[in-house]
Design a protein around this ligand. Structure first.
Ligand code: SF4
Ligand code: SF4
Length: 444
């Protein structure tokens, strides 16, 4: 346990390189989580997680209860999907996905007169490891930090690996987002309870929660919740982007570096998001499915910024309306964070498990014209993976697959730092993303 006064004397840990984009968090960091009321219709994408999309187990015309399974996991790297309200399945049809493109979704019409209490599953027996992992998969729990990786799959440790330390990621280094901050503050007990569940399932001896020092109230709340368990510790982190990325977080907390192309297991560590930990706690202690998540709705062009617990599948238009609507100068809507978020082409996309932010931004859709590279080296300084973004972008433009492989293009995790600092406005991240696809297609 780390008291706040001790923390103040302790130097925050960090990593080399990275950037300092403006945080834009003050508007919402002090706002308690509010609950969004039900809406008339929900679109529930079957592809809400990394891995195989869920398989529908209900059809059009069928009545469902709140929390009922409406799609089953389709294989090990897949999870169940649940009805966020009681109502009737109207259709299964392609809908716009916030990550891009059309994908099949269950359309659920709300029955406002039905019993809206949540169906809970049977809670697994303490010590039943396989039963607990199966319950987590059936509860539809995925990583809430953005990757949406199925939580149960992440906790199946390969036989030749071991985990000594579980790190909970409470960095929330993306500009604008404060959803994790509020969860750490308002549900510190559930976050620490989830950490205990993960430690037991992976056999780890220690649990660490990494939090950037710009959230002292969250550090204090978590430190109090950890009190009495000497295996747990809250680690204050420097405020830097991308502090929450796997490689940077492990470096900051343990001092170890994940080898290029390696996994966190290679350093005997596994990482989960703080919101995921709270959801795991709910699933394992109360049998609750993942039917909602906390989303920060913010940006200069939203009338009433807020942290909102919103049902999965809610149309973004309804969420914006709940927050007072858009201001006239709004030109861009982003789902996710200010650096890695996805620009949207329609307000009718629904919320999905992966995205913890909806940002309403000004500015034109037109991009600032790019200029030639002036070899300033700023992109090299920004890249926390020690890559050469300018060179990778040039190789990508030239279609030089061998060069891209030799320059470790796959080590780029598309954090956007290089493009953010480039004074020539070169679309470095997009070019490198294209380079990764090129190299993958040719067997990188
Ligand atoms: S986007 Fe890739 S190359 Fe650019 S800074 Fe991030 S990790 Fe480095
Ligand atoms: S930051 Fe931009 S201009 Fe500077 S070296 Fe990198 S690519 Fe070139």
């Amino acid at each position: 346990m780390l008291s706040f006064s001790k923390w103040l004397r302790q130097r925050p840990r960090g990593f080399r390189h990275g950037t300092h984009p403006e945080a834009h968090k003050d508007t919402t960091s002090g706002l308690p989580i509010e609950h969004m009321p039900m809406v008339a219709e929900y679109s529930l994408h079957l592809a809400q997680h990394a891995g195989a999309p869920s398989r529908p187990c209900v059809g059009p015309g069928e009545r469902v209860r709140r929390g009922q399974t409406i799609a089953e996991p389709d294989g090990f790297r897949s999870v169940a999907l649940h009805a966020p309200v009681a109502g009737t399945i109207r259709a299964i049809e392609p809908r716009l996905h916030p990550a891009g493109g059309l994908s099949p979704a269950l359309i659920l019409r709300t029955d406002f007169l039905a019993d809206q209490s949540t169906m809970a599953a049977t809670v697994p027996e303490p010590g039943d490891r396989d039963g607990t992992l199966a319950a987590i998969q059936r509860a539809g729990v995925v990583g809430l930090g953005g990757a949406a990786y199925p939580a149960h799959a992440k906790m199946r440790i390969p036989k030749d690996k071991r985990v000594d330390v579980v790190i909970l990621n409470g960095a929330e280094c993306e500009p604008y987002l404060t959803a994790d901050h509020r969860v750490m503050l308002e549900r510190a007990g559930a976050v620490v309870g989830g950490l205990t569940v993960i430690m037991e399932l992976v056999g780890a001896e220690r649990g660490t929660i990494g939090v950037e020092v710009n959230k002292p109230d969250a550090i204090d709340a978590l430190s109090r919740a950890c009190r009495g368990d000497p295996r747990m510790q809250v680690v204050p982190l420097s405020v830097k982007y991308p502090e929450g990325a796997k490689q940077m977080l492990i470096k900051a907390v343990t001092g170890q570096r994940v080898p290029l192309g390696g996994r966190s297991f290679d350093t005997h560590v596994t990482i989960h998001n703080v919101g995921t930990a709270a959801a795991l706690y709910d699933a394992c202690t109360a049998g609750l499915p993942m039917i909602d998540r906390v989303v920060t709705v913010t940006g200069p062009e939203i009338v009433r910024p807020a942290n909102v617990r919103v049902s999965i599948g809610t149309p973004v238009s309804a969420l914006l309306e709940h927050c007072g609507g858009l201001r006239p100068a709004a030109r861009r809507l982003v789902m996710g964070g200010g650096m890695m978020g996805h620009s949207q082409v329609s307000l009718e996309v629904p919320t999905v498990k992966a995205f913890g932010g909806v940002l309403a931004l000004p500015g034109t859709a037109q991009r600032t014209p790019e200029a030639p590279c002036i070899r300033c080296g700023k992109c090299l300084d920004a890249c926390a993976m020690f890559l050469n973004p300018a060179r990778l972008a040039t190789l990508s433009r030239a279609g030089d697959v061998e060069g891209l492989k030799q320059a470790n293009v796959q080590a780029c995790f598309e954090c956007g730092s290089c493009a953010f600092v480039c004074p020539s406005y070169l679309p470095l991240t997009e070019l490198i993303r294209t380079g990764k696809v090129l190299a993958r297609r040719t067997g990188s």
